[in-house]
Design a protein. Structure first.
Length: 358
């Protein structure tokens, strides 16, 4: 998986084609399945988790496909928040292996399958076999050329854009935004987190070219104050449509933006036939569990873990640590892959860190 799809044996630009060929061999399980497809640099996992939790609270059997995992690869495949069982994962892997072996010498493949292409096909196959009412699919890298861009979704969405994977996606925020917006589909709504004007304009440009309707979504209103219980945060927010508070099981001002986008997705789904009423959104958002997002795993001394991998995400974590948990300094255990903006991330952490364990 470390090659991330852009290597000589698995050309990144042919990932969608390879995935389509594999899915065809598996019976095209992606067809006819109600899908929400979410791209972005920051927050897309949180948005996926919020939408899935709300849909489940509304009584829908909900599939969730995200990455990366924390402890087990099986975490990437969930139905109603439960990872695929070990035995089922073995069966699914064997079924996929048979399909891959049958395609091994196919001249139309344009390279070998990547881990992500295989897991995307497996997730869609599993969701179809379990007859989910809704599948929430997180884009892996970019959008236009991502293996997940084989689906025909009911709705697409793009979260905040940041500088990431610039060697593949482009050197500027608008360039990266155009790649992310490549998941747009004709006559399908694309909802976008409100952000820098040139980024939104780039997304609108691609959406218009593809015939999608693009709508910018504001964050929920919040004071950012979170209550902590057993390591989980609950933050209170409000949407102009609601006359009561909306609890969110996540911490940080940035989560108000993610929750605003997730709320808009749920309302669009509700209007298009996948009923997710307000009370289900409230229940789902309040109960959402999304580990390693400013997660307090120990109290004395306090230990917080987070999967931030951009400079902006690091800054968001530090804002929450200092304002919500009143932690202004402490030791930092830090790790990152070499393609991340390590210098800038370390510089952002420097005022907080009493020492670095790298």
């Amino acid at each position: 998986e470390r090659g991330m799809g852009y290597n000589a044996k698995a050309p990144f630009e042919h990932g969608v084609r390879r995935t389509k060929i594999l899915l065809s061999r598996l019976g095209d399980p992606q067809n006819g399945m109600p899908i929400v497809h979410i791209a972005g640099s920051k927050g897309k996992g949180s948005v996926c988790a919020l939408v899935a939790a709300a849909a489940q609270a509304a009584g829908h059997r909900t599939g969730l496909y995200t990455q990366p995992h924390l402890h087990s690869f099986r975490e990437r495949f969930q139905i109603n928040r439960q990872p695929i069982a070990t035995e089922s994962f073995v069966e699914l892997t064997n079924r996929t292996r048979i399909a891959v072996e049958a395609l091994q010498n196919s001249p139309s493949l344009d390279g070998t399958f990547t881990t992500f292409e295989l897991s995307t096909a497996m997730a869609l196959d599993w969701f179809q076999s379990k007859a989910v009412d809704l599948a929430v699919i997180e884009v892996g890298l970019g959008g236009r050329l991502d293996a997940t861009n084989v689906v025909s979704p009911k709705i697409t969405a793009v979260t905040n854009i940041a500088l990431e994977h610039i060697n593949v996606l482009g050197p500027t925020l608008p360039a990266i935004a155009r790649e992310k917006a490549g998941i747009a589909k004709r006559d399908i709504a694309m909802l976008v987190s409100d952000q820098a004007r040139d980024v939104v304009a780039a997304i609108e440009e691609i959406g218009k070219a593809k015939g999608a309707t693009v709508k910018t979504v504001a964050p929920l209103e919040t004071d950012g104050v979170a209550a902590w219980s057993e390591g989980r945060a609950t933050m209170t927010a409000r949407h102009p449509e609601l006359d009561k508070d909306l609890p969110i099981g996540l911490a940080g001002f940035h989560q108000a933006q993610n929750a605003g986008l997730a709320y808009a997705i749920c309302r669009d789904l509700h209007r298009s036939g996948t009923a997710i009423p307000h009370n289900a959104i409230q229940t789902g958002f309040g109960s959402v569990k999304w580990p390693a997002r400013i997660e307090l795993v120990h109290n004395n001394p306090p230990v917080v873990i987070d999967g931030a991998h951009t400079i902006e995400a690091i800054e968001a974590v530090l804002t929450t640590l200092t304002r919500q948990l009143q932690h202004t300094h402490g030791p930092v255990i830090f790790g990152a892959l070499r393609d991340k903006p390590i210098q800038g991330m370390v510089e952002a952490l420097h005022p907080y860190a009493t020492e670095f364990i790298v």
